[in-house]
Write a protein that binds this ligand. Structure first.
Ligand SMILES: Nc1ncnc2c1ncn2[C@@H]1O[C@H](COP(=O)(O)OP(=O)(O)OP(=O)(O)O)[C@@H](O)[C@H]1O
Ligand SMILES: [Mg+2]
Length: 398
């Protein structure tokens, strides 16, 4: 698939932008702070309905709109897929009357109520039906956190990949998260003596049914992603290091840690037993302490935990291998390639890794690359790619 038109209104530093794109490699070049990463963020938001980097939607709304009565940000994209074309739209709007531009960048903006509307071919859609209409994989400086940061980053990694290829996964995850919130509030009511522990039974079975589905999908996806990532990492490092990424479920026993060969009903049994065992602790803590929301992916380089022992460059390489594996995994499941977005990555890689990444990029239907300096990309890349200059929120072909 490829994105062939991107239209932005009041998105970050872009007041208006209408950009046509083509298949193959495209390079966005420009000085720092011109909007290169913002372009990739907009394309990613079209695939998952959320920014890969911002914590809140309001961060994507152009500051310049905060004087407006109703600030509106629009991201529109036209995507060509193998069997269909889709027009996607993310609209973020809110009320900000009385808020000046200088106030608007303060934390006080948290209180502005923002609404998000999603549309596919002009028809309003729920997030679970919108996510994955365009599939994209992004890799930039912040993606190193996938290896160095907390488990939630790694859970998000696998959730983002799965939700873009399977609407049922998105729905199961949404249901799980909703039930989790309700179960946690019941636990707090039990703790305060306002509800009876018997009431847990209903929420436990609801949590187990959606949670087992989430877990089964994650286990099978990670088995494949991990195998591809090891292969990619081998190539990236010239075979000098070995990467392994293993899904760590807190409800499966040690001997079944990989989950391989477990039937869905067996996973459900493990989860239910885990909840029963953790019941008194959960009531004491007022939260659900077992389940896929507490899982992690253990990333090892040569058998050692990468978050603890790997150098920054090794962490970046491991994260890159995982992201490229994510792209290939999505391609296997979808039967077509996701759009590959590479944000300022070539400058940080040594020449061997750069060469490998260039090879992968060349094999992709569409890859969008940002850089501050064309020279860093090597001659062949520059020769083959469509090139755009990003300067002061304007994008022009060079
Ligand atoms: N909500 C917003 N409204 C307006 N401008 C914003 C908003 N959020 C970020 N910006 C600005 O957008 C500009 C471009 O940011 P971006 O991260 O895209 O730059 P870049 O070209 O990728 O730079 P670099 O080469 O340093 O990575 C920055 O100056 C940033 O402050
Ligand atoms: Mg940038």
């Amino acid at each position: 698939m490829f994105i062939d038109r991107l239209v932005l209104t009041n998105f970050r530093n872009f007041r208006t932008l209408d950009l046509s794109l083509t298949e193959g490699p495209t390079i966005f070049v420009g000085d720092n702070a011109q909007g290169k990463s913002n372009l990739l963020e907009a394309i990613c938001t079209l695939s998952t309905s959320r920014s890969p980097w911002a914590t809140r939607d309001i961060e994507m709304v152009s500051w310049d709109t905060f004087g407006d009565d109703i600030p509106i940000t629009r991201i529109k994209g036209e995507v060509k897929r193998d069997h269909k074309n889709v027009a996607l739209e993310v609209i973020i709007s809110g009320q900000s009357s009385g808020i000046t531009t200088s106030q608007a960048v303060e934390p006080a903006t948290n209180s502005i109520a923002m609404r998000k509307h999603l549309r596919v071919n002009s028809v309003p859609k729920r997030a679970s039906d919108f996510i994955g209409q365009e599939a994209a994989v992004v890799f930039g400086p912040r993606e190193t956190e996938l290896v160095s940061d907390t488990p939630s980053m790694r859970r998000r990694f696998i959730d983002v990949a799965l939700s873009q290829i399977d609407h049922r996964y998105t729905r199961a995850l949404q249901k799980y998260n909703k039930v989790l919130v309700q179960r946690n509030s019941l636990l707090r009511r039990i703790q305060e003596g306002m509800s009876s522990p018997d009431e847990l039974e209903f929420w436990d079975s609801s949590l187990v049914s959606s949670g087992a589905e989430v877990l089964a999908e994650r286990l099978s996806a990670m088995e494949r992603v991990s195998a591809i990532a090891a292969e990619v990492h081998h190539a990236l490092t010239g075979g000098t290091e070995h990467l392994s990424a293993c899904y760590q479920s807190n409800i499966l026993g040690k001997e079944t840690a990989s989950g391989i060969g477990l039937r869905p009903d067996e996973i459900s049994d493990f989860f239910m037993n885990g909840l029963i065992k953790a019941k008194s602790r959960d009531i004491r803590q007022g939260q659900t302490t077992v389940g896929p929301h507490r899982d992690d992916i253990l990333v090892l380089i040569d058998g050692r935990p990468a978050d603890l022992y790997a150098s920054r460059g090794q962490q970046r390489t491991a994260a890159l291998a995982l992201k490229l594996a994510e792209a290939r995994f999505m391609e296997e499941r979808l039967g077509e390639q996701p759009v590959l977005l590479l944000d300022d990555v070539f400058s940080e890689l040594d020449s061997h890794r750069r060469g490998y990444l260039m090879e992968v990029a060349r094999g992709h239907q569409q890859v969008l690359v940002t850089t501050t300096d064309l020279d860093r990309l090597g001659e062949s890349a520059i020769y083959l790619a469509a090139k755009y200059m990003v300067k002061n929120d304007a994008v022009s072909r060079i």
